[in-house]
Design a protein around this ligand. Sequence first.
Ligand code: HEM
Length: 532
Amino acid sequence: MAKVAVLDQVAGDLPAAKECLLQFIPLLLLFLLPLFFSITWPWRGRGRKRLPPSPPALPLIGHAHLVGALPHVSLRRLAERHGGEDGLMMLCLGVVPTLVASSVSAAQAVLRTHDLSFASRPQSICGEVLLYGPSDMAMAPYGERWRLAKKLATTHLLSTKKVHSLRAAREEEVALVIDKIQCAAVRRATVDMSELLSKFTNDIVCHAVAGRSFRLEGRDRVFRKLIDDGLVLLSGFNLENFYPGLARAAGGLLTWSVRRKAEKIRVQWDRFLDKLIDEHAKEKADGCGSDQECDFIHVLLSVQEEYDLSRDNIKAILANMFAAGTDAAYLTIEFAMVELMLHQEAMAKLQHEVRSRVPKREKTINECSLIGMTYLKAVVKETLRLHPPSPLLLPHLSLEDCDVGGFQVPVGTTVLVNVWAIGRDPKLWEAAEEFIPERFIQNEEINKGADFRGMDFQFLPFGSGRRMCPGINFALASIEIMLANLVYHFDWELPKGVDKIDMTEVFGLTVSRKEKLFLIPKTDMRYGAVYA
Ligand code: HEM
């Protein structure tokens, strides 16, 4: 299987090329073995300086064969068996030295104590092609360009003030979703919640970025596919990530298929983003309002000189916003609904909180009503503890040799922080595998002791430190308003004949459930009757 998957990457869709490569594999191995030892030799030499503990490795492959289809799960298992007591473990994935941090102290060492040393990102061909250099925020190496992009995002695009100014757009999109569900409820139809929620978060992002939803132009499907295809290429565990030097050798011959796919997507992105930027540049000539009233493209054009942004820089930042803004938020709402369906007492408690605080027959709950909804916030936190959308964060990269807890971590080491494992560590959390939102509530208030804003290293769904997610407020605003409306207006049932929800996961840049979530909405006449 692994051989076929790697061949697929190398040879793409050409059967003849695959056949040819199969014949050359023994020859290739003969060539690769000395290369492998020469590449990994410096790293092994440094082993004398006490690297973090590792499982036994195979030549050429290192520990890559130990990482399964769900890396966060297999890395937890490996760390339990082979990692140090302090939660540090060193792997060699292909030829790439990889530090895995699976405890509070290890996460703190990497993301706080040595934040600057680990503030970069590993580079990839797909990142280079799809993210213009990369000159974006999420995948760009640490440096001045990244610093400026992050400052721009936190002060202009994703600030609390800006997120607040997008309130009307969020409420408008929520009303559309509730309308759709209401139509299904009248027909007693089953709703594809995965599709509905992913469109919702995508429409919110499009509204924020471009001032409108592409649904209105019928372009939302094409656009969504573009994002999905790009994310598949960018998501981590593949041939190029395990053998980066080799992938670039011989003029990138071995990765030409992946590069070709990335370039095809990039052409479509270019066409799409250039059109949007051109339209906005024209509108700008007519005068757009202040920062707070404008969509992200207008804001980027207005600070273009101040931040020395090329058109490619703007496109890279926009690509980040579209991609990062859609998936994680939608997955959180979906996982929250799944957990609430599996824990009906929690669903009843949430419905009671929302329905008792909002006047009956409200068309949509607005954001002011969410203030003081402690249980709602606890449900969102508990969902993010059990199902962080990026269970290993995004990979970090060490910029220099670094001493972490008495171990030597060499420059150029990829770093994965297993926040999924930390969030389920029974030493840190009582009944760690159970969905118990109450754990975040103390004296009827949301427990400040376990916050997810990067200060509490046992709970890091958004990361911490320099590379932390800048989109927290943006994401929470969409998640909370949508979830509150879903449980206020409707009671929910599983489709007839379905008595359980499949929790099998799929790993990519984010982790999602393999199966879609289908639910049947029922209008509670006391609350949702306004539509009936
Ligand atoms: C529930 C929703 C979300 C979760 C759980 C989440 C989580 C994360 C995580 C774990 C990282 C990587 C942190 C690291 O590597 O240390 C990240 C980075 C990032 N996120 Fe989010 N995110 C969410 C929503 C958003 C939204 C809505 C946006 C923008 C609209 C966004 C934009 C970004 C960007 C630009 C980065 C890269 C930051 C950097 O490398 O400096 N995220 N996010």
